[in-house]
Design a protein around this ligand. Sequence first.
Ligand SMILES: Cc1cc2nc3c(=O)[nH]c(=O)nc-3n(C[C@H](O)[C@H](O)[C@H](O)COP(=O)(O)OP(=O)(O)OC[C@H]3O[C@@H](n4cnc5c(N)ncnc54)[C@H](O)[C@@H]3O)c2cc1C
Length: 421
Amino acid sequence: MRNPVAQSSESFDVSVIGAGPAGATVANLTAAAGLRTLLVERSPEPQLKVGESLMPATYWTLERLGVLDRMRESAFPKKFSVQFFGSNGQGSAPFYFRDADPHESSQTWQVRREEFDSLLCAAAAECGADVRWGRAVREVRFEGERAVGLLVDGPEGPVSVSSQVVVDASGQSALLAGRLGLRTPDPCLRNAAYWCHVRGARLDDGDDAGATLIFHTAEKRSWFWLIPLPDGLVSVGVVGSVEYLVRKDEGGPARVFDDELALCPALAERLVAAERVGPMRVSRDFSYRVDRVAGDGWVAVGDAAGFIDPIYSSGVFLALKSGEMAADAIVEALEAGDPSGERLGAWVGEYGQGMEAVRRLVYAFYDPKFSFARFVDAYPELRSDIIHVLTGNVYGRSNEPLARALDAYQGVEAAPAGGVV
Ligand SMILES: Cc1cc2nc3c(=O)[nH]c(=O)nc-3n(C[C@H](O)[C@H](O)[C@H](O)COP(=O)(O)OP(=O)(O)OC[C@H]3O[C@@H](n4cnc5c(N)ncnc54)[C@H](O)[C@@H]3O)c2cc1C
């Protein structure tokens, strides 16, 4: 009979749950700093995932992780801009990232996530992290309030792992936030997404061929993304409120997608000759705050520390950024022999400020009265501030002028207060 208690025990300085961008970043940097690091992932291999369009500011973390050359040599399409199409089908001028920050970093990539995650994990392993695929973490082990390790599924039964620091990088599973009751849905962003890959979509030329295009549907009740991927694949998804989209789901997910596409002639025209490749995927209720992202012996990063919304493709950037900031805090905390929540979460205030700058522009996007074109007409001097947010340049600069102008323009108070991030 299988023994339900842990079969064996292993010891690490840092154990990381989840081999997405956040987990791979922490594992890379803590292992490179000489800490014995375990990275455990429940999937047997890297998976196709949503989250394919990067923000340019990922450049700096990718540089630190030592993967920029691999990105440059990859087949990932180059992304120079984002362009928004209104409900009347009219396109804004493309927001070229180089207009705000002319540097190599103002170009980024559109990625296939199974390849991107795999590349990040390979780099973490090269730095010395022990990366294990196909191993689900059952639970985080606590002694009192302090996290002391993991219980991980193994071929012979559960394995107990001890570590000085546990990093929750489990994405939307948000293992620790769920267990500790720290997850609060964002009531302003109760959205769902229906998305798939297609082949044969019409793309623009030159530098615009790799752009992310965002299309409002008629009446602005939903919006589509179009993200060019390698080998002629294109990711297309529609996002709208759960209330609006899911109630239309009786005919199946593909029907929801097609019905919304019929409300979006500017995109439909680009997809006339396109064929779907693979299933229609559905994701919902993905926006939430996490009220506390660090405690004694643990810290959460990436989506496990909160998720805003996909509109500006900020998720992977914030996963990399939080992974980087948390890794630095872990190294300092363990050097000082003090893995307390205070030390492990020393980065959270600064991180939360950048996240709020993105969130403020997200709330504007979902305001039916808001229009980027009219806002830029009213505040031409803030066009580059908008590009800075779309680029992910929200750290080390003031995001206040844009936030104040958005408040004045929309005639509302600042976004509803919530947790730290
Ligand atoms: C509809 C939609 C569209 C999006 N589009 C974009 C976009 O275009 N650009 C962008 O940047 N972001 C986008 N995002 C967000 C992006 O997908 C995430 O922010 C990003 O993947 C977060 O990275 P992560 O490392 O935190 O989590 P993930 O990439 O989700 O990785 C978490 C990993 O943890 C593993 N895991 C979970 N539980 C366990 C367990 N118990 N044991 C072991 N392993 C476990 C999972 O299998 C997974 O591999 C989108 C999100 C949504 C919902």
